[in-house]
Design a protein around this ligand. Structure first.
Ligand code: HEC
Ligand code: HEC
Length: 270
């Protein structure tokens, strides 16, 4: 929120500077040369110059207004989100639901996941940066506002007030897994308990389904396939350091931990 306010301030300052730039242009030498004489005599040449000047000014105003509008962050609304998740429940609201295409694994738990990460993942499916035919089709139906609303809804879904995970996992990794975790510094981004990411667009991964985690890790290594693959450069760099078997060990360990992610069975009709 604070960052957003600052961004607006900065932008409107630069917009004001821009306006004063145009005003100087108008008042200054150049402006005087171009349109100055026009105040005394209006002829065709002046009309053309005025038109040029006004078009430039108009284009400038449009550009400034557009920049200001896009700086405004879209706010998600939990209640609005609840009206938009009927489709999602069919896969994410069924305990133990497996996807069968393009591979068989459990559909990820998304209740309790961070809102900004949910939004970032949905945008990635929409843009094709994450390849998954079902999720791409779903994400393409969602507007930016829908994405913000469903993200707000799922991030609050099933969250128990006051519940907090210990800073470190109760279950320590064996030496093989510990070495892999250290090699890539997984906790430096996903948090010491794999549920406190250092950036809100990074996921909580503790307690996520292990078969999904493995598939996700493999996706970051996959390139040039039409239906599988994720192009995220950060995780690409991580996953490519490891063999498939090592990713398996990592996924099994992280998936076995206590976490904040849930699948909450939802009645399809209420
Ligand atoms: C047809 C089944 C299906 C439907 C319907 C569906 N999803 Fe998904 N969703 C999946 C599968 C499968 C994945 C894992 C895709 C992959 O491997 O990247 C997924 C992944 C996701 C992820 C990424 C999770 C993560 O940990 O990275 C989010 C967020 C998500 N879905 C949100 C939604 C929302 C919100 C809706 C409704 C608007 C929805 N999904 C509808 C099957 C579905
Ligand atoms: C430099 C920061 C960083 C490090 C280190 C890192 N990750 Fe990630 N991780 C990310 C980001 C960012 C994403 C989200 C990528 C995206 O949007 O697809 C992510 C996504 C993931 C996902 C996908 C989760 C999902 O729900 O789909 C898994 C699994 C994962 N990381 C596991 C690991 C493991 C295991 C390690 C250590 C081997 C690791 N990460 C190290 C930043 C990091």
């Amino acid at each position: 929120m604070k960052g957003q306010k600052n961004a607006e301030v900065t932008l409107s300052t630069s917009a004001t500077q821009g306006f004063s730039g145009v005003a100087t242009y108008w008042k200054g030498q150049k402006g005087a040369d171009i349109i100055g004489p026009c105040f005394s005599s209006l002829n065709d040449d002046c009309a053309r110059k005025m038109k040029y000047f006004l078009t430039t000014l108009a284009a400038f105003i449009v550009a400034s207004v557009t920049t200001l509008a896009s700086a405004q962050e879209i706010k998600g609304n939990v209640i609005a989100g609840e009206q938009k998740i009927a489709l999602c429940m069919g896969c994410h609201g069924i305990l133990g639901f497996h996807t069968g295409f393009p591979e068989v694994y459990r559909v990820p738990r998304i209740s309790g996941q961070g809102a900004k990460y949910i939004a970032s993942a949905l945008n990635a499916y929409k843009k094709g940066e994450r390849k998954n035919p079902s999720m791409r089709a779903v994400a393409e139906t969602l507007s930016d506002q829908d994405i913000a609303d469903v993200a707000a809804y799922y991030s609050a879904h099933g969250v128990v007030e006051g519940a907090s995970l210990p800073a470190a996992p109760a279950k320590a990794p064996d030496t093989a897994v510990a070495a892999l975790l250290t090699k890539a510094g997984c906790v430096s981004c996903h948090g010491s308990n794999f549920s406190k990411p250092i950036d809100p667009t990074y996921p909580k991964i503790a307690g996520q389904h292990a078969d999904y985690l493995y598939f996700a890790l493999m996706s970051y290594k996959t390139e040039g396939k039409p239906l599988i693959g994720r192009s995220n450069p950060i995780m690409g760099g991580m996953a490519k350091q490891f063999s498939d078997e090592e990713l398996h060990l990592l996924a099994n360990y992280v998936g076995s931990l206590d976490g904040e992610l849930k699948t909450i069975q939802q009645p399809r009709l209420r």
